[in-house]
Design a protein around this ligand. Structure first.
Ligand code: NAI
Length: 220
């Protein structure tokens, strides 16, 4: 891999390459050209070549990419060639939905524990994962070498819990609470907001309808 820093835009696209390559592997495809990949992924072949050139030596002129090798290399870059221990804070609807999704484990994300303040939830087990009292959070994080925490609690509670997590040694927060968190420079936050994604969809569907409306109007 080259020493130069990979742009954020490229990193954002890597999980999608990873998913397509995984599917190609499942279909028994050993090699793929940037043109074929381009047709499948509906991005230009030059974009693919540019993106993958960042890592050097993936593609051989005329031979295409070695699917298995590329999949493994992108996995390494994304850090999913190793195990990441995760905790979920907030064992309500969303927290439990995440805990119930078994596929994260296939990517190396192991949900070690869930935490809540609701006594009616504490002690319950979701897909083998126990819901514990949030009082036990710091000790659990330390004992289980947890570096990633998912925050699925109300936004009013998120800053305080984020502070506690950082002090306990958490290095990454997967933030679903609708608030921007301030954390030290050595901690990363990935905000996930389904409603923002839905608003983008709304914009696109509305602008499409407006365009169709205009076209109809043009016919008058
Ligand atoms: P929920 O009410 O079902 O679950 C929240 C859980 O957090 C409850 O079990 C509650 O007891 C627990 N909790 C509250 N304070 C806590 C604390 N200090 N420590 C530990 N646990 C605590 O709500 P739901 O539907 O699961 O949503 C959770 C959060 O995620 C909400 O803030 C909601 O707005 C947000 N959300 C975000 C989405 C996104 O795309 N980012 C999508 C859906 C919900």
């Amino acid at each position: 891999m080259s020493e130069k820093e990979i742009s954020k835009a490229v990193i954002t696209r890597l999980p999608r390459y990873y998913r397509y390559l995984g599917e190609l592997m499942e279909d028994g495809v050993e090699r793929i050209s940037s043109n074929e990949l381009s047709i499948r992924m509906k991005v230009t072949a030059s974009q693919i070549r540019q993106d993958l050139n960042n890592f050097g030596g993936f593609g051989q002129q005329g031979y295409g990419y070695n699917v298995k090798y590329l999949y493994a290399e992108i996995g390494k870059i994304l850090g999913i060639d190793r195990q990441h221990n995760i905790v979920i804070i907030g064992a309500g609807n969303l927290g439990q939905a995440i805990a119930n999704y078994a596929n994260f484990e296939k990517r190396g994300f192991l949900i070690k524990g869930m935490f809540d303040i609701n006594p009616r939830l504490i002690g319950l087990v979701v897909r083998g994962i126990e819901i514990r009292s949030v009082d036990d959070l710091e000790q659990f994080v330390k004992d289980n070498e947890v570096k990633i925490a998912a925050l699925t609690i109300p936004k009013t509670k998120a800053p305080e819990i984020a502070d506690r997590l950082v002090k306990a040694g958490i290095k990454a927060i997967w933030n679903f609470a609708h608030t921007d968190l301030s954390v030290p420079d050595d901690v990363v936050v990935e905000n996930v907001h389904l409603s923002e994604s839905l608003m983008r969809l709304s914009y696109r569907v509305c602008s499409m309808q407006d365009k169709n409306g205009e076209e109809k109007n043009n016919q008058f």
